[in-house]
Design a protein around this ligand. Structure first.
Ligand code: NAD
Ligand code: 89V
Length: 340
């Protein structure tokens, strides 16, 4: 049994704590948050008896097999470096780092300490995204030449996560980061990127609309678009919709988890909805179920000595797309990823 600690008992950590209770072979034995009320509530709700207001004190006192960092971005670098100093394998929530330089330092610290590092980039673990990738891998639609990864919504994310309204950066750093990672997962790494952004909602500070054009290294062209300013007849939050064209067919992942695969032989419509476990709540179950999947993957990787799919090293490539998207939107230029 792996004994883990979780740092940051806030809005999203509840999902991670529920998911750890489902996973065989790992359990959370200690919690840390600098907010005493949140800490005590999480301890009560999840039956964890060891509490710490300070992460340094926790690492000093506990014997941990891993730590799960569920705090917001400003604390990520210091906490990952602390885990590395204590030689504790570490999971860190997205966005992994505020800058590429920080991200590289964090990856290097874990490598030097010989500890595994996984970024909690869970959207590629969503059931419908895995289903799309399985069709691509089957070869049914031939060689992929075009794709679109789209997240358009007017869901109020600010009431649950108020910090999203106040940062200079918003949708690309918080949500587009998932969409860009999905694009990498489905179409491969990226050579060049062009981006345009705007802010529609006057009550927030950062951009809430972004449109990005990606040239993937293998030749696929993709569009990654995201918006929190899009009022639709049926609110799709938090679904990512996907369009893919291949040399022998197409995949369309539409609203309500309907995936259509069309080839010359006809078309097939599949229900790729995620399961709804008792603790999950619509419409968040799509994300909640992917949290179980990524945490299971972490436990399997630790047991088998494998590098996680979204290791720190891998996630630097997604972070580079975020950085390129902001720079391209500011300059209007198409940017080569090699220079980021
Ligand atoms: P939150 O502000 O609700 O919770 C963060 C908690 O961390 C707070 O309770 C705060 O007191 C605590 N904290 C911060 N710094 C600390 C430190 N140094 N030591 C101890 N405690 C500290 O934030 P949230 O909305 O839960 O978001 C947390 C992270 O999860 C963010 O990085 C966010 O982007 C990410 N997130 C991911 C998903 C996803 O699907 N992957 C969804 C939502 C949020
Ligand atoms: O996944 C996230 O990081 C969340 C949300 C889906 C609300 O944007 O912040």
């Amino acid at each position: 049994m792996l004994n883990g600690a979780l740092i940051g008992c806030g809005f999203f950590a509840v999902n991670q704590l529920h998911a750890w209770q489902e996973i065989e072979g790992a359990r959370i034995v200690a919690l840390c948050d600098r907010d005493p009320e949140r800490l005590a509530k999480a301890g009560r709700d999840f039956g964890v008896e060891r509490y710490f207001a300070d992460a340094e004190a926790m690492f000093a006192e506990e014997r941990l097999d891993f730590v799960d960092i569920a705090t917001t971005l400003p604390s990520h670098r210091a906490l990952v470096e602390l885990a590395a100093r204590h030689r504790v394998p570490v999971i860190c929530q997205k966005p992994f780092a505020a800058t590429m330089a920080d991200g590289r330092v964090m990856v290097a610290a874990c490598e030097a300490a010989g500890v595994p590092l996984m970024v909690h980039e869970n959207f590629r673990w969503q059931a419908p995204i895995r289903a799309v990738r399985a069709v691509i891998d089957s070869g049914r639609i031939g060689e992929v030449f075009w794709g679109r990864v789209s997240f358009r919504s007017s869901y109020d994310v600010f009431s649950g996560q108020p910090y999203l309204a106040t940062g200079e950066r918003f949708i690309i750093e918080d949500l587009g980061i998932h969409s860009l990672d999905i694009a990498r997962f489905l179409f491969g790494d990226v050579a060049r990127l062009t981006s345009r952004t705007r802010r529609v909602n006057p009550a927030i500070r950062g951009e809430d609309v972004a449109t990005m054009l990606l040239d993937h290294e293998g030749g696929v062209t993709s569009v990654v678009d995201c918006s929190y300013a899009t009022r639709l007849a049926e609110e799709p939050f938090p679904q990512t919709l996907i369009e893919i064209d291949g040399s022998r067919g197409t995949i369309r992942l539409g609203q309500d988890f309907r995936m259509i695969v069309a080839t010359d032989g006809g078309s097939e419509t599949l229900d790729v909805a995620p399961p709804l476990h008792p603790w999950m709540e619509r419409p968040w179950h799509l994300i909640q179920e992917s949290v179980v999947a990524i945490q299971q993957h972490w436990v399997a990787c630790l047991a088998e000595g494998r590098e996680p799919a979204t290791s720190g090293h891998d996630n630097l490539k997604t972070l580079a797309l975020v950085e390129a998207a902001y720079r391209s939107a500011a300059s209007g230029d198409t940017l080569a990823l090699a220079g980021i």
